[in-house]
Design a protein around this ligand. Sequence first.
Ligand code: GN1
Ligand code: MG
Length: 358
Amino acid sequence: MQIEKAAYAFQLDGNPIACEELNQGHINQTLKLTTDTGAEYVLQKINKYVFRNPIRLMANVSAVTDFLHKRVEDSRLALHFIPTQRGLYYHRDRRGEFWRMYDFVGGFCLDTPQSDEDFYQSALAFGRFQEMLAEFPAQTLFETIPEFHNTVDRYRQFKASIQADPCGRVSQATGEIRFLLKREELGGTLQRMRESGELPLRVTHNDTKLNNVLLDRKTRKALCVLDLDTVMPGLSAYDFGDAIRYGAATAAEDEPDADKMTLNLHLFGVYVRGYLEAAPSLTDREVEMLPMGALIMTLELATRFLKDYIDGDLYFKTDYPEHNLIRARTQIRLVADMQSHWDEMNRIVAEIAAEVRK
Ligand code: GN1
Ligand code: MG
């Protein structure tokens, strides 16, 4: 692969000699860059369809990483962005595309936990992230994607796409649509609790997939969390829930055989323990609503994937035409499985909370 031109806009240590695509995430394009001095960087093109204001987005991200750097002992525990020759944290190329760069610190990410410890480490990473940001001035954060986890609004958008049916795909998904619409009221539960003030607004990560945690190659301990584009005011239940949806599932998010998709209750408990240990400031009500976070995030992703399928795959990267439909079906299966183990999920949280939060 050619060296991406944008790389030269940044203050690099050495001259670029290699550039390879990192297969990461459904949204931005991510490359790894190596220079002749052995320096390694991650170069990312920001997806402008998803993030309408990359400049303000980067202002958020740099404010958050600066804040974190003042609080961590090892610099690898927070992302370090590289300024451009002009001293900015983003580069705008001739085509109007936005790029950013950060140090590649040599860790690795997982799509599935190889052990309980891997998943526990990710829970600590997201729990600590939230605790460290407790003092961050939330009002200074720009909402990079307005109403990101507002499930009531997600349902509104979902129904509008069904109504418009721009690609004639609605007829391919009638069972799935029925399943999701039946759960619309349930889907709004946490949003209503947020609005009534029953659940506190915090600075949260909002995209807590396991592969957004960087683990140390040697110790396998969590270093830092990646993908800070959606750091915004949010609910702890959503951060917890998205991590469960992705990491405590028995199949990949896009597993074509939906029968393989269930919730691994053991891993669920492992994550609960790590998260509660790392985030002691959660209120009792927040702790109680963690299972609801898992259920609602899974429901939300099912509606988002299905909406994107109906819209003609405009938002998420897809590898084949039914990819978003498959993703939605597999998430639906996980929702159903969570609902059939609802009492157990709640019991696990209550038991671990009684132990950890003495
Ligand atoms: C996207 O960028 P990535 O792949 O970590 C999405 C998340 C979804 C996730 C589903 C900004 O995350 O909200 O949960 O895909 N990010 C955005 O895999 O929409
Ligand atoms: Mg990601």
